[in-house]
Design a protein around this ligand. Structure first.
Ligand SMILES: Nc1ncnc2c1ncn2[C@@H]1O[C@H](COP(=O)(O)OP(=O)(O)OP(=O)(O)O)[C@@H](O)[C@H]1O
Ligand SMILES: Nc1nc2c(ncn2[C@@H]2O[C@H](COP(=O)(O)O)[C@@H](O)[C@H]2O)c(=O)[nH]1
Length: 186
């Protein structure tokens, strides 16, 4: 059965880092989603996101879409189909509402991994990542940031919690989770 790892957690917990690691270490492709948010300094169109205008975002064929800290985000059916053409397991980064939608549509195919880290740790990481200071301040105070510190109640029963304070320990937990998954046949 094709599977999708849904990575969720608040800003700066390491979702992108983990999705890149899953791709590099385990050949688990990351599905690229769409956003109207402007790119950060290191981000590239078609790699980190498809960066859209509000008009081009509205033309996408999306499975689900949300507003987060003032911008639109959404994931396309084509992204999922393309990833599953090449691999049995793919990953995607979604907020809790998107994760809930995927679970409703895909049921047992969804592996819901909720990433956590201590707030002082992730705040420092976001500063070091070079996030714009004004935008970072807004984000750390946003209701979405605070909401996404905890597993949504509706997904608690399927959530796997992944602490990401220490990268070596994170890698070890990922290995324990991924190896049996990749060993399963389709
Ligand atoms: N275990 C770790 N140890 C040290 N630094 C880390 C660790 N995990 C992630 N980072 C760093 O923390 C910063 C935030 O990580 P990342 O961009 O992956 O978070 P994110 O959850 O995708 O954030 P956002 O939702 O804001 O895009 C990055 O600079 C990344 O290199
Ligand atoms: N429901 C969806 N959520 C998404 C999608 N792409 C990203 N996200 C989530 O948005 C916030 C903000 O992301 P950032 O890159 O600006 O920090 C974060 O929680 C992501 O998980 C999507 O297509 N659908």
């Amino acid at each position: 059965m094709k599977k999708i790892i849904v990575l969720t957690g608040t800003s700066g917990v390491g979702k992108t880092t983990i999705s890149h690691y899953l791709a590099a270490a385990y050949h688990i492709p990351a599905i690229i989603t769409h956003t109207t948010r402007p790119p950060r300094s290191q981000e590239k169109n078609g790699v980190d996101y498809y960066f859209e205008t509000p008009a081009s975002f509205a033309q996408q064929d999306l499975i689900e879409q949300v507003s987060y800290a003032g911008y639109r985000y959404g994931s396309s059916i084509q992204g999922l189909q393309q990833a599953w053409r090449h691999a049995n397991v793919a990953s995607i980064i979604l907020d809790p509402a998107g994760a809930q939608k995927y679970y409703e549509r895909l049921g047992q195919r969804v592996l819901f991994w909720f990433i956590v880290a201590d707030v002082p740790v992730l705040t420092q990481r976001l500063q070091q990542r070079g996030d714009d200071a004004v935008q970072l301040k807004q984000r750390l105070q946003s209701q979405e940031f605070l909401r996404d510190l905890q597993v949504p109640v509706t997904l608690q029963s399927i959530a796997t919690i992944i602490p990401n304070n220490d990268w070596r320990q994170t890698q070890q937990q990922l290995a324990r989770l991924v190896q049996p998954l990749l060993a399963q046949t389709d």
